[in-house]
Design a binder for this molecule. Sequence first.
Ligand SMILES: NC(=O)c1ccc[n+]([C@@H]2O[C@H](COP(=O)([O-])OP(=O)(O)OC[C@H]3O[C@@H](n4cnc5c(N)ncnc54)[C@H](OP(=O)(O)O)[C@@H]3O)[C@@H](O)[C@H]2O)c1
Length: 234
Amino acid sequence: MDWTGKIVLITGASAGIGEATARAVYARGAVPVLAARRGDLLLKLADELPGSMPVVVDVTTPDGPGAMVTAALAAHGRVDVLVNNAGQGLHVPLDQVVLDDFRAVLELNVVAALGVMQAVLPAMRAQGGGVIVNVSSGTSRRTIPGLGAYASTKSALNMLSAVAREEWAPDGIVVSNVYPTLTATDFHENLRAGAFDTGSRPPMAADTAENVAQVIVETVENGDAERVLTPGLR
Ligand SMILES: NC(=O)c1ccc[n+]([C@@H]2O[C@H](COP(=O)([O-])OP(=O)(O)OC[C@H]3O[C@@H](n4cnc5c(N)ncnc54)[C@H](OP(=O)(O)O)[C@@H]3O)[C@@H](O)[C@H]2O)c1
Protein backbone atom coordinates (compact mmCIF):
# COMPACT_ATOMS: atom_id res chain seq x y z
CA MET A 1 0.00 0.00 0.00
CA ASP A 2 1.23 3.47 -0.87
CA TRP A 3 0.64 5.74 2.12
CA THR A 4 1.71 8.89 0.29
CA GLY A 5 -0.85 11.63 0.81
CA LYS A 6 -3.34 9.35 2.55
CA ILE A 7 -5.52 11.24 5.04
CA VAL A 8 -5.42 9.36 8.34
CA LEU A 9 -7.76 10.53 11.10
CA ILE A 10 -6.54 9.36 14.52
CA THR A 11 -8.57 9.82 17.70
CA GLY A 12 -6.56 9.92 20.92
CA ALA A 13 -3.58 11.28 18.99
CA SER A 14 -2.33 13.50 21.81
CA ALA A 15 -0.45 10.68 23.56
CA GLY A 16 0.39 7.01 23.73
CA ILE A 17 -0.68 4.65 20.96
CA GLY A 18 -2.47 7.36 18.96
CA GLU A 19 0.57 9.64 18.98
CA ALA A 20 2.85 6.75 17.98
CA THR A 21 0.45 5.86 15.15
CA ALA A 22 0.50 9.46 13.92
CA ARG A 23 4.29 9.36 13.82
CA ALA A 24 4.29 5.97 12.06
CA VAL A 25 1.90 6.94 9.27
CA TYR A 26 3.59 10.33 8.85
CA ALA A 27 6.94 8.57 8.37
CA ARG A 28 5.31 6.64 5.50
CA GLY A 29 4.11 9.82 3.78
CA ALA A 30 0.55 10.01 5.07
CA VAL A 31 -1.14 13.14 6.39
CA PRO A 32 -2.34 12.60 9.97
CA VAL A 33 -5.36 14.44 11.35
CA LEU A 34 -4.70 14.54 15.08
CA ALA A 35 -7.80 14.45 17.26
CA ALA A 36 -8.05 14.64 21.05
CA ARG A 37 -9.01 17.08 23.82
CA ARG A 38 -5.57 18.37 24.85
CA GLY A 39 -4.89 20.99 22.20
CA ASP A 40 -1.47 21.91 23.58
CA LEU A 41 -0.19 18.38 23.01
CA LEU A 42 -1.77 18.22 19.56
CA LEU A 43 -0.18 21.53 18.55
CA LYS A 44 3.23 20.33 19.74
CA LEU A 45 2.90 17.12 17.74
CA ALA A 46 1.60 18.98 14.68
CA ASP A 47 4.70 21.20 14.86
CA GLU A 48 6.85 18.08 14.72
CA LEU A 49 4.83 16.63 11.83
CA PRO A 50 4.44 19.53 9.37
CA GLY A 51 1.28 19.22 7.29
CA SER A 52 -0.54 17.27 9.96
CA MET A 53 -3.64 18.87 11.39
CA PRO A 54 -4.72 19.18 15.02
CA VAL A 55 -8.43 18.95 15.79
CA VAL A 56 -9.39 19.61 19.38
CA VAL A 57 -12.41 17.48 20.14
CA ASP A 58 -14.13 15.56 22.90
CA VAL A 59 -15.51 12.60 20.98
CA THR A 60 -18.11 11.93 23.69
CA THR A 61 -19.93 15.20 22.99
CA PRO A 62 -22.95 14.95 20.69
CA ASP A 63 -21.43 17.15 18.00
CA GLY A 64 -17.78 16.14 18.53
CA PRO A 65 -17.34 13.32 16.01
CA GLY A 66 -19.24 15.17 13.28
CA ALA A 67 -17.32 18.40 13.81
CA MET A 68 -14.02 16.50 13.78
CA VAL A 69 -14.79 14.84 10.46
CA THR A 70 -16.12 18.09 9.00
CA ALA A 71 -12.81 19.76 9.89
CA ALA A 72 -10.82 16.95 8.26
CA LEU A 73 -12.95 17.08 5.11
CA ALA A 74 -12.78 20.88 4.91
CA ALA A 75 -8.99 20.69 4.92
CA HIS A 76 -8.41 17.56 2.85
CA GLY A 77 -11.65 16.56 1.10
CA ARG A 78 -11.42 12.92 2.18
CA VAL A 79 -10.60 10.54 5.01
CA ASP A 80 -8.81 7.42 3.80
CA VAL A 81 -8.14 5.80 7.17
CA LEU A 82 -9.73 6.16 10.61
CA VAL A 83 -7.79 4.91 13.61
CA ASN A 84 -10.51 4.84 16.27
CA ASN A 85 -8.23 4.79 19.28
CA ALA A 86 -9.45 7.17 22.02
CA GLY A 87 -10.24 5.19 25.13
CA GLN A 88 -9.99 4.98 28.89
CA GLY A 89 -9.70 2.23 31.48
CA LEU A 90 -11.77 1.49 34.57
CA HIS A 91 -9.86 -0.98 36.70
CA VAL A 92 -12.08 -1.64 39.69
CA PRO A 93 -13.60 -4.91 40.98
CA LEU A 94 -17.20 -5.18 39.81
CA ASP A 95 -18.72 -4.86 43.29
CA GLN A 96 -17.06 -1.46 43.61
CA VAL A 97 -17.66 0.00 40.17
CA VAL A 98 -19.37 3.37 40.43
CA LEU A 99 -22.04 3.21 37.75
CA ASP A 100 -21.40 6.77 36.61
CA ASP A 101 -17.78 5.76 35.97
CA PHE A 102 -19.02 2.77 33.98
CA ARG A 103 -21.37 5.02 32.00
CA ALA A 104 -18.47 7.35 31.23
CA VAL A 105 -16.18 4.63 29.84
CA LEU A 106 -19.08 3.06 27.94
CA GLU A 107 -19.71 6.47 26.44
CA LEU A 108 -16.09 6.87 25.33
CA ASN A 109 -15.07 3.30 24.48
CA VAL A 110 -18.32 2.20 22.86
CA VAL A 111 -20.84 4.96 22.10
CA ALA A 112 -18.29 7.51 20.89
CA ALA A 113 -16.38 4.81 18.99
CA LEU A 114 -19.55 4.04 17.03
CA GLY A 115 -20.31 7.76 16.66
CA VAL A 116 -16.87 8.36 15.14
CA MET A 117 -17.34 5.45 12.72
CA GLN A 118 -20.75 6.80 11.74
CA ALA A 119 -19.28 10.25 11.25
CA VAL A 120 -16.65 9.12 8.69
CA LEU A 121 -19.00 6.72 6.92
CA PRO A 122 -20.68 9.15 4.47
CA ALA A 123 -17.31 10.43 3.26
CA MET A 124 -15.87 6.93 2.91
CA ARG A 125 -18.96 5.78 1.01
CA ALA A 126 -18.82 8.82 -1.27
CA GLN A 127 -15.14 8.30 -2.04
CA GLY A 128 -15.68 4.60 -2.75
CA GLY A 129 -14.03 3.07 0.30
CA GLY A 130 -11.81 3.48 3.30
CA VAL A 131 -10.21 1.70 6.21
CA ILE A 132 -11.24 1.77 9.86
CA VAL A 133 -9.08 0.27 12.60
CA ASN A 134 -10.69 0.12 16.02
CA VAL A 135 -8.36 -0.13 19.00
CA SER A 136 -9.76 -2.68 21.44
CA SER A 137 -7.87 -4.51 24.20
CA GLY A 138 -6.58 -8.00 24.85
CA THR A 139 -8.40 -7.77 28.18
CA SER A 140 -11.64 -8.35 26.25
CA ARG A 141 -10.46 -11.85 25.32
CA ARG A 142 -9.50 -12.92 28.82
CA THR A 143 -11.17 -13.08 32.21
CA ILE A 144 -9.25 -10.77 34.50
CA PRO A 145 -10.57 -9.91 37.97
CA GLY A 146 -10.61 -6.15 38.43
CA LEU A 147 -10.91 -5.39 34.72
CA GLY A 148 -14.47 -6.56 34.04
CA ALA A 149 -16.04 -3.14 33.51
CA TYR A 150 -13.30 -1.94 31.13
CA ALA A 151 -13.05 -5.25 29.31
CA SER A 152 -16.80 -5.34 28.77
CA THR A 153 -16.67 -2.01 26.94
CA LYS A 154 -13.98 -3.39 24.65
CA SER A 155 -16.03 -6.57 24.15
CA ALA A 156 -18.86 -4.36 22.92
CA LEU A 157 -16.43 -2.58 20.60
CA ASN A 158 -15.30 -5.97 19.24
CA MET A 159 -18.86 -6.77 18.18
CA LEU A 160 -19.39 -3.33 16.66
CA SER A 161 -16.19 -3.87 14.64
CA ALA A 162 -17.18 -7.33 13.45
CA VAL A 163 -20.66 -6.26 12.38
CA ALA A 164 -19.46 -3.03 10.79
CA ARG A 165 -16.94 -5.07 8.79
CA GLU A 166 -19.81 -7.12 7.32
CA GLU A 167 -22.25 -4.25 6.87
CA TRP A 168 -19.84 -1.85 5.19
CA ALA A 169 -17.87 -4.30 3.03
CA PRO A 170 -20.18 -3.62 0.05
CA ASP A 171 -19.12 0.05 0.30
CA GLY A 172 -15.45 -0.90 0.01
CA ILE A 173 -14.86 -0.05 3.67
CA VAL A 174 -12.60 -2.44 5.57
CA VAL A 175 -13.11 -2.49 9.36
CA SER A 176 -10.48 -4.17 11.54
CA ASN A 177 -9.95 -4.59 15.26
CA VAL A 178 -6.54 -4.44 16.97
CA TYR A 179 -6.13 -5.82 20.49
CA PRO A 180 -3.12 -4.25 22.23
CA THR A 181 -1.69 -6.02 25.22
CA LEU A 182 -0.31 -4.15 28.25
CA THR A 183 1.42 -1.17 26.64
CA ALA A 184 3.76 1.41 28.15
CA THR A 185 1.72 4.62 27.87
CA ASP A 186 0.03 6.91 30.37
CA PHE A 187 -3.10 4.74 30.12
CA HIS A 188 -2.80 3.45 33.67
CA GLU A 189 -2.32 6.97 35.03
CA ASN A 190 -5.41 8.09 33.12
CA LEU A 191 -7.82 5.43 34.39
CA ARG A 192 -11.35 6.63 35.08
CA ALA A 193 -11.00 4.87 38.46
CA GLY A 194 -8.90 2.16 40.05
CA ALA A 195 -5.31 1.26 39.49
CA PHE A 196 -3.10 -1.14 37.62
CA ASP A 197 -3.00 -4.18 39.89
CA THR A 198 -0.18 -6.55 39.14
CA GLY A 199 -1.78 -9.07 41.50
CA SER A 200 -4.85 -9.52 39.30
CA ARG A 201 -3.03 -10.91 36.30
CA PRO A 202 0.19 -12.67 35.48
CA PRO A 203 3.19 -10.37 35.32
CA MET A 204 4.02 -9.47 31.76
CA ALA A 205 6.42 -7.15 30.00
CA ALA A 206 4.79 -4.07 28.55
CA ASP A 207 4.66 -3.62 24.80
CA THR A 208 5.68 -0.29 23.31
CA ALA A 209 3.31 2.20 21.74
CA GLU A 210 5.58 2.13 18.69
CA ASN A 211 5.04 -1.60 18.25
CA VAL A 212 1.27 -1.22 18.54
CA ALA A 213 1.46 1.58 15.95
CA GLN A 214 3.43 -0.73 13.64
CA VAL A 215 0.70 -3.38 14.02
CA ILE A 216 -1.99 -0.78 13.27
CA VAL A 217 -0.07 0.17 10.11
CA GLU A 218 0.19 -3.50 9.08
CA THR A 219 -3.52 -4.01 9.75
CA VAL A 220 -4.43 -1.06 7.53
CA GLU A 221 -2.20 -2.53 4.84
CA ASN A 222 -3.46 -6.13 4.98
CA GLY A 223 -7.09 -5.57 6.02
CA ASP A 224 -7.07 -8.44 8.52
CA ALA A 225 -10.21 -8.60 10.65
CA GLU A 226 -8.28 -8.90 13.88
CA ARG A 227 -4.80 -8.63 15.30
CA VAL A 228 -4.19 -9.78 18.87
CA LEU A 229 -0.98 -8.60 20.49
CA THR A 230 -1.13 -10.45 23.79
CA PRO A 231 1.52 -13.20 23.67
CA GLY A 232 -0.08 -16.64 23.57
CA LEU A 233 -3.59 -15.26 23.02
CA ARG A 234 -5.56 -15.66 19.82
N1 LIG B 1 -1.91 1.10 27.29
C1 LIG B 1 -2.43 -0.12 27.41
O1 LIG B 1 -1.96 -0.97 28.22
C2 LIG B 1 -3.58 -0.52 26.52
C3 LIG B 1 -3.85 -1.90 26.39
C4 LIG B 1 -4.91 -2.30 25.58
C5 LIG B 1 -5.67 -1.35 24.91
N2 LIG B 1 -5.40 -0.02 25.06
C6 LIG B 1 -6.27 0.95 24.34
O2 LIG B 1 -5.44 1.74 23.51
C7 LIG B 1 -6.08 3.00 23.27
C8 LIG B 1 -5.08 4.12 23.48
O3 LIG B 1 -4.67 4.10 24.84
P1 LIG B 1 -3.22 4.55 25.32
O4 LIG B 1 -2.55 3.39 25.92
O5 LIG B 1 -2.52 5.30 24.24
O6 LIG B 1 -3.64 5.51 26.55
P2 LIG B 1 -3.47 7.11 26.77
O7 LIG B 1 -2.05 7.47 26.68
O8 LIG B 1 -4.22 7.37 28.02
O9 LIG B 1 -4.21 7.74 25.51
C9 LIG B 1 -5.60 7.86 25.44
C10 LIG B 1 -5.92 8.86 24.34
O10 LIG B 1 -7.35 9.00 24.25
C11 LIG B 1 -7.66 10.39 24.22
N3 LIG B 1 -8.99 10.64 24.76
C12 LIG B 1 -9.46 10.25 25.96
N4 LIG B 1 -10.71 10.69 26.12
C13 LIG B 1 -11.03 11.38 25.00
C14 LIG B 1 -12.18 12.08 24.57
N5 LIG B 1 -13.28 12.17 25.34
N6 LIG B 1 -12.17 12.67 23.36
C15 LIG B 1 -11.07 12.59 22.57
N7 LIG B 1 -9.95 11.93 22.92
C16 LIG B 1 -9.94 11.34 24.11
C17 LIG B 1 -6.56 11.04 25.06
O11 LIG B 1 -6.37 12.38 24.68
P3 LIG B 1 -6.87 13.67 25.50
O12 LIG B 1 -6.76 13.36 26.96
O13 LIG B 1 -5.96 14.74 25.01
O14 LIG B 1 -8.29 13.85 25.04
C18 LIG B 1 -5.34 10.23 24.63
O15 LIG B 1 -4.80 10.77 23.46
C19 LIG B 1 -7.28 3.06 24.22
O16 LIG B 1 -8.46 2.77 23.50
C20 LIG B 1 -7.01 1.93 25.23
O17 LIG B 1 -8.19 1.39 25.76
C21 LIG B 1 -4.37 0.42 25.84
